[in-house]
Ligand binder design. Structure first.
Ligand code: FAD
Length: 343
């Protein structure tokens, strides 16, 4: 079968791209290997700017006007008249975005794994029946996450990648917390992001600084210290690609984590996936489309990446930067929104 646009991956990047492309009348197919939409290892934190700009407000679970920040030497509470961060349920976000895509005319195939790609065709397999099918496209979009097959087919290596570990813990957690303890998390951090009846409790670090197994051990030690019952629950982990090397390669495009557009500093990737997906979707129909939002995102992402390189040099530097940033947040010399990708 032939399509103007085939998008691999029904995450936020792929679905945003599909809706935009189909809104211009392009025949658009999304191929997703999972059977269910939206399931993803994720803390579901969306900065208020990002949420209001790109994500339907009604899928937010909890909103926080206060952020508790802990470092080795300080504990502060940052507050603002309006919420700073909200949490979203990834399944609900996936379903909502998929509905919008289908209403725009997109075809979505769930349970289809793409196995191989060339410049005009791809081979995919229906995972339920094992049946293989060849599909032909004018443009291909890799929205297939941090281990992107499309990116590999383009021969683009990944050297900058973060590790995120998440525990979804049942219970009512009142506070959103950030723990920047370089003795446990190097230049990364641990978080508590409360959802409706659970909390995402986890940690993120640049993989060059720490192995996943050590991050997990340190997260459990930290959890014991603060009384979080992590040992009773199952951990999930995934990589977060922040090695951006371009988004447009002839008739092949990369968006979101596949492009390496997540923040290397915070691991924030939902907003970058949506902005890059949307921009590419419009660009496919109109090469004169204004790509400023994507260019701004790329600039922010590069700043975050430089900060990761700087703070990754050694733990003293990581501690120093964490303490200075926290002090500046406390004295309001720095606004929390300056670390947002939607900034
Ligand atoms: C522990 C953790 C916590 C995080 N917390 C946050 C947070 O609080 N806030 C935030 O903004 N970001 C967070 N992120 C990052 C965020 O989850 C990602 O950046 C975001 O999901 C990227 O969206 P995407 O559409 O690019 O890719 P994804 O959401 O990864 O979607 C890619 C899709 O492609 C599909 N796919 C892959 N290969 C194939 C194939 N061969 N064939 C068919 N389908 C395929 C996958 O099944 C998947 O559904 C976190 C990540 C982790 C690991």
């Amino acid at each position: 079968m032939f399509y103007d646009v085939i998008i691999i991956g029904a995450g936020p990047g792929g679905l945003a791209c599909a809706t935009a492309a189909a809104s211009h009348g392009l025949t658009t197919l999304v191929v997703e290997r999972k059977k269910t939409l939206g399931r993803k290892v994720c803390a579901g934190g969306i900065t208020w700017n990002g949420l209001l700009k790109k994500i339907p407000f009604d899928i937010s679970e909890k909103q926080f006007a206060k952020q508790q920040v802990f470092t080795r030497f300080q504990q502060i509470c940052v507050s603002s008249p309006t919420p700073i961060i909200a949490t979203v349920n990834r399944e609900k976000l996936g379903q909502k975005m998929a509905l919008q895509a289908v209403q725009a005319g997109v075809e979505i195939r769930l349970g289809y794994q793409v196995i191989s790609i060339d410049s005009q065709n791809l081979l995919c397999e229906d995972r339920a029946t094992g049946k293989k099918e060849q599909l032909t496209f004018t443009s291909l979009v890799g929205a297939d996450g941090s281990s992107s097959l499309v990116r590999r087919a383009l021969g683009l290596a990944i050297s900058d990648i973060g590790i995120g570990i998440n525990y979804q813990v049942p219970g009512d957690y009142p506070e959103m917390q950030w723990h920047l303890d370089s003795s446990l998390f190097a230049n990364g951090y641990a978080w508590v992001f409360p959802h409706r009846d659970t909390a995402s409790i986890g940690a993120y670090v640049d993989s060059k600084r720490m192995k996943a197994s050590i991050l997990k051990t340190n997260l459990l030690t930290w959890g014991d210290k603060y009384g979080y019952p992590l040992r009773r629950h199952k951990a999930s982990a995934e990589l977060i690609n922040f090695d951006f090397r371009g988004w447009h390669f002839g008739n092949i495009f990369l968006v979101g984590d596949a492009a390496g557009l997540a923040s290397g500093l915070t691991g924030e990737g939902i907003y970058p996936a949506i902005v890059s997906g949307e921009t590419v979707g419009h660009f496919l129909a109109d090469p004169h489309y204004d790509t400023t939002p994507l260019r701004n995102l790329i600039k922010n992402q590069a700043i975050h990446r430089k900060m990761v390189t700087l703070t990754g040099k050694n733990r003293i530097l990581a501690t120093l930067v964490a303490e200075i940033v926290t002090f500046c947040l406390r004295t309001k010399a720095l606004n929390f929104s300056s670390i947002e990708m939607a900034h």
